[in-house]
Design a protein around this ligand. Structure first.
Ligand code: FES
Length: 106
């Protein structure tokens, strides 16, 4: 298990941001005062979820429109049927840290 820095908290605007961390491509979302991190690649085809529009806790894939819950990684609408990985995050001394081991869903 490895915590890596994804960036300074102040550097994240509300909404999504793409982050490269130790070879992982992540989509980080700032919603209110909270942060969420999921895999940036859509599980359906090649698209960057950090570029999608947010509706509450759902991000809409910019390519074909599947919505993924940023808290669980699960798709709420077709055409995607598989979840994307979800990563634990924490804020430490003004920096957003991401645990580079996806949370296992039951
Ligand atoms: S690439 Fe995301 S829904 Fe198709």
């Amino acid at each position: 298990m490895e915590w890596v820095e994804a960036g300074k908290v102040d550097g994240f605007p509300p909404g999504g941001a793409r982050v490269e961390a130790a070879g992982h491509r992540l989509a980080v979302f700032r919603i209110g005062g909270d942060f969420y991190a999921i895999g940036d690649r859509c599980s359906h085809a090649e698209a960057s979820l950090s570029e999608g529009e947010l509706f509450g806790y759902d991000v809409e894939c910019p390519r074909h429109g599947s919505e993924f819950d940023v808290r669980t990684g699960r798709p709420a609408s077709l055409p995607a049927t598989r979840p994307v990985p979800v990563y634990q995050v924490k804020v430490e001394a003004g920096r957003l840290m991401v645990l580079l081991e996806p949370v296992e869903e039951e």
